[in-house]
Design a protein around this ligand. Structure first.
Ligand SMILES: [Zn+2]
Length: 326
């Protein structure tokens, strides 16, 4: 896309499609700014009058449309068209960014199609979508499509923070690749509503497991209570699924990785930022770095056993015994 910006020539419409954390919305903004920028090189420059107006949200040649409720509606597309049928001054570009091209009502999609079939000179449309298959094929065929792939951990972490998730949980989600689609239905379910009819979403369940694992590992490392019994009650009586057992191991491996990082003086890199004190005390408590890597290996070995369909409970019990050094 930067190549197009440098060439200074644009198609009438672009479709940027990818998962919610694919970065296509930010790319749409960047591209729009680049088209409207008054500089000849390094567009967008961020300095010119156009770039500044855009940053302040009052650029006359820029319109953004987002789904109202769950859909982009016909009236929204009509308003867009009315605005752009007024001719711009010679050589001036205008841009409309439409988010949710896969969430247009059929009427809105057909109206937008007319806009693509009979483009107004100087107007560039930039559409974004999460699901390419949700975009009307006739719309798709009139756009230059750019596909965005899955986000890296930094973008995932930023996504979860924007969603109001705390820093530590956002880091954990990003590290273990918990994606927005894991929010699923029932994401708003409270702790009382975990009945079959209203099961918590994957990410809510993942967070519950993570919280429990962090408590549990304190008991293991601090030799408090009876961690083995706790494990039996949780996993055995609650009949955790294989996936849930794997999540447990993933969180646990992440914990011991953090202990290792703390031992190595890499505290800035840890995932469990709210537990730095516990990590430091465990790092100090282990005789050597080898002792910590040994525990990490025990967790990884248990995960491998699960992957070859060993009895999950047995695999977890063996691991717990080794972690406790018995
Ligand atoms: Zn500029």
């Amino acid at each position: 896309m930067n190549r197009w910006l440098n060439l200074g020539k644009w198609a009438h419409a672009y479709l940027l499609a990818g998962p919610e954390t694919g970065g296509q919305e930010a790319a749409a903004d960047h591209f729009a700014a680049g088209i409207l920028c008054e500089h000849d090189e390094q567009r967008p420059c961020g300095q010119c009058a156009s770039c500044r107006r855009l940053a302040h949200g009052n650029h006359p040649g820029f319109v953004r449309v987002r789904p109202e409720g769950s859909h982009v509606k016909l009236e929204q597309v009509q308003r867009l068209q009315q605005r752009f049928y007024l001719r711009a001054a010679e050589g001036q570009h205008r841009v409309c960014v439409v988010h949710g091209a896969d969430r247009m009502t059929p009427e809105a999609a057909n109206a937008f199609l007319k806009f693509l079939e009979d483009p107004v000179p100087g107007v560039v449309g930039i559409l974004t979508a999460n699901r390419l298959e949700g975009v009307l094929p006739t719309v798709r065929s009139r756009c230059q499509t750019v596909l965005f792939s899955h986000a890296g951990p930094d973008i995932l972490r930023e996504y979860w923070i924007r969603r109001g998730t705390g820093e530590e949980k956002a880091r954990l989600f990003a590290y273990l690749n918990v994606a927005p689609e894991d929010e699923g239905n029932g994401g708003a379910a409270g702790p009382e509503s975990a009945s079959d009819a209203d099961r918590p979403s994957r990410c809510v369940r993942f967070a519950e497991i993570a919280e429990w694992v962090v408590e549990w590992v304190q008991a293991v490392e601090g030799r408090q209570g009876n961690p083995m019994l706790d494990l039996l009650i949780r996993v055995g009586r609650e009949k955790w699924s294989e996936t849930e057992c794997e999540w447990l191991l993933d969180v646990l491996a992440c914990w011991y990785r953090d202990v290792l990082y703390t031992s190595l003086g890499l505290s800035d890199e840890v995932v469990f930022v709210d537990h730095r004190r516990e990590l430091s005390s465990q790092a100090a408590h282990h005789a050597s770095i080898t002792a910590v890597t040994g525990k990490l290996q025990d967790v990884i070995a248990a995960k491998r056993r699960l992957q070859v369909h060993a009895n999950p409970q047995l695999a977890l019990e063996c691991m717990a015994l080794r972690l406790q050094g018995e």
